[in-house]
Design a protein around this ligand. Structure first.
Ligand SMILES: C[S@@+](CC[C@H](N)C(=O)[O-])C[C@H]1O[C@@H](n2cnc3c(N)ncnc32)[C@H](O)[C@@H]1O
Length: 212
């Protein structure tokens, strides 16, 4: 089973990950940060999943077009009540995005860790192409914290790491999950971004930059 079908099957139980007690302060601080960055912006959200961050960013953004390759997660996201009514949803694969216009800003939560090391350059080029020059791009993802994250059970020749995960139906999945360092991310953005900021929380990092 691949990553896309894993998240299709995980849709109903996905947000349990946001209930971990030790992560609540970080989640609150990240929400405040993202609301500040995206205040009054029109945002394209990729890989929005069940809309946890969509809901939070919608509190300050002008509009969000929230997209994911899996309809099952979008169905969960659509059930959230978003007071400002400034969110629209679409099913879209990052790599086959049918964008008529470029976007003012882009957010991708917890997708970078699921991109293979050897595909990161292509991924970043794809993302930057969706956003206007000088537009704001933000990614958020996990730091590896022993005891809070599942252990890494496999590593391949390219340095990709994998976790063995169990869904509530008992099925077991080997899932690609890379934990990137600030240095690695800054290196990857060399020449394609400026005003790069890296915010390191305990459980998460946030990477913010301007498209060139
Ligand atoms: C770890 S979840 C993150 C969900 C959400 N952004 C969050 O932070 O709660 C990763 C999401 O990426 C989506 N995804 C995986 N491959 C994708 C692709 N090629 N294009 C768009 N979405 C993709 C999955 O369906 C899943 O919802």
């Amino acid at each position: 089973m691949n990553l896309v079908s894993y998240y299709k099957d995980r849709a109903k139980e996905y947000e349990k990950i946001y209930s971990k007690p030790e992560r609540q302060d970080d989640l609150q601080n990240a929400s405040i940060y993202l609301q500040h960055v995206f205040a009054d912006k029109n945002v394209l959200e990729i890989a929005c999943g069940t809309g946890y961050w969509t809901e939070r960013i919608a509190a300050s953004a002008s509009s969000i077009f929230a997209t994911d390759v899996n309809e099952s997660v979008i169905d969960v996201a659509k059930r959230k009540i978003i007071p400002n009514q400034n969110v629209s949803f679409g099913v879209a694969d990052i790599y086959n995005f049918n964008a008529i216009n470029k976007y003012e800003s882009l957010f991708g939560g917890f997708i970078m860790s699921h991109i293979k090391m050897q595909d990161i350059d292509k991924f970043l080029m794809t993302i930057n192409n969706l956003v206007y020059p000088r537009g704001k791009i933000v990614f958020m993802d996990n730091n590896f914290v022993e005891g809070s994250n599942l252990p890494i059970t496999n590593t391949d020749e390219e340095g990709n790491t994998f976790q063995t995960r169990k869904l509530e139906d008992g099925s077991i999945h080997l899932v690609l999950k890379n934990f990137h360092s600030e240095n690695f991310l800054r290196l990857k953005l060399n020449g394609i971004a400026d005003e790069v900021k890296f915010i390191k929380l305990k459980y998460y990092w946030i990477l913010e930059y301007n498209n060139l």
